[in-house]
Design a protein around this ligand. Structure first.
Ligand code: PHB
Length: 388
């Protein structure tokens, strides 16, 4: 009797302690949920749902509350204002998301002031992480994926290339890294086209490249509606028929656009850190859960940036709860795990993941659908832009 009584008291005490201890830690997610880049918001949110379905909505006794804010496209002023709102009005202790480099640059001074750990699910210009010690990046950098593309192209008989990139941070990073690697091997860049970020008509650029007749075109365009228009223009302007190989970073042919690109896109070769067709148990489990929650959904590099990003945020919160700050960032430096993309490690020097970079060709899969089939792997590539 006495023993039972003690047990009951202990249970009540434990329950009180637990309810007192179960604080709520808020994470603010900045992403486009409207406009030509709304794909990102959808992919981020669905991937976070997958992570929470597998791992729960609390960690280390802390309940997690997510607050989503729509930044639209590359809008640094809007991103800054929304980050301010999240930090001051909503009281978030951690930030995640951020698709565009200019948005990340605008948020950097704020997180430096508030010491807010911020996990970049996408923004991919190398220099961003130098602007704040509170940035950790689970996507990639353009130098990380562009230099392997140059290496592979030269080794596979491509000797002349015209580059075409969007004229802002990631495009310039991609052009610089590709050109440096390609010319160091002995290749020749015959034209370096920088296209305004507002461009929607890519026909004139395609005609220019067609006239120059290089062995290949290398492109970076931010994923979303413009990248789709670019890749479609490659096929529509007869470059493939003229024998000009399309090369690029995987931003130009992510899985949300593949079906729309149609069979004319078969043979386009890109380098990236994630393909939905990646053959691994981790990727299969991710896709199975995603399609259980959202029948017919596809995963792309944005999904995987968010899935791994929320994992990193959970780890930080498990370690430092609502206090966050420098100790939260420190707790994930050197962290390694097997992601649906393959093995990754957060490089303690630059806070971007070191990861495999895959060369992929658009191919018709066994199910008759187009996929980015991995045909080669550059293992454990760090952010190659960091030292520059
Ligand atoms: C960026 O602005 O850093 C960015 C945006 C879209 C991409 C890649 C990089 O697909």
């Amino acid at each position: 009797m006495k023993f039972t009584h003690r047990l009951a008291v202990a249970a009540v005490v434990a329950a009180i302690a637990q309810s007192a201890g179960a604080d709520t830690v808020k994470i603010g997610i900045l992403a486009p949920f409207s406009g030509p880049f709304a794909m990102y918001g959808t992919q981020f949110k669905q991937a976070i749902e997958v992570y929470q379905a597998q791992n729960g909505t609390s960690v280390g006794g802390h309940d997690i509350e997510l607050i989503y804010k729509d930044t639209g496209g590359p809008n640094p002023d809007v991103a800054k204002q929304l980050a301010q709102e999240l930090l001051i009005k909503d009281g978030v202790k951690y930030l995640g998301g951020i698709v565009f480099t200019p948005n990340a640059m605008a948020v950097a001074p704020l997180i430096n002031q508030s010491k807010t750990p911020t996990v970049l699910f996408n923004a991919a210009t190398s220099v961003i992480n130098a602007k704040s010690p509170f940035f950790v990046r689970t996507s990639m950098t353009l130098p990380q994926v562009s230099a392997p593309m140059a290496d592979w192209a030269f080794a596979h008989g491509i000797k002349t290339v015209a580059t075409a990139v969007t004229d802002y941070g990631p495009g310039i990073d991609a052009e610089t890294a590709f050109t440096k690697e390609f010319t160091a091997k002995g290749g020749k860049v015959v034209d370096a086209i920088r296209m305004p970020i507002q461009t929607t008509d890519f026909g004139p650029f395609m005609q220019r490249i067609k006239t120059e007749a290089p062995n290949a075109l290398f492109a970076f365009i931010p994923a979303g509606a413009p990248a789709f228009a670019f890749t479609k223009a490659y096929s529509d302007n007869g470059l493939k028929a003229a024998g000009i190989q399309a090369l690029g970073t995987g931003d130009i042919n992510d899985e949300t656009t593949l079906e729309g690109l149609g069979d004319a896109s078969i043979g386009i070769i890109t380098s990236h850190h994630y393909s939905m067709a990646h053959d691994s148990a981790e990727n299969k489990a991710f896709i199975a859960e995603l399609q259980k929650l959202h029948p017919g959904a596809v995963s792309n590099f944005a999904s995987i940036g968010a899935y791994d990003g929320i994992k990193v945020l959970y780890k930080m919160i498990e370690t430092t709860g609502a206090s966050g700050g420098e100790p939260a960032v420190k707790s994930v430096l050197g962290m390694s795990w097997v992601s649906p993309r393959g093995p990754v490690t957060i490089d303690p020097t630059n806070r971007t993941v070191t990861q495999n970079v895959y060369i992929r060709a658009i191919t018709k899969g066994a199910d008759g659908k187009l996929e980015n089939k991995e045909i080669d792997t550059f293992p454990n590539v760090p952010d190659l832009g960091w030292a520059n």
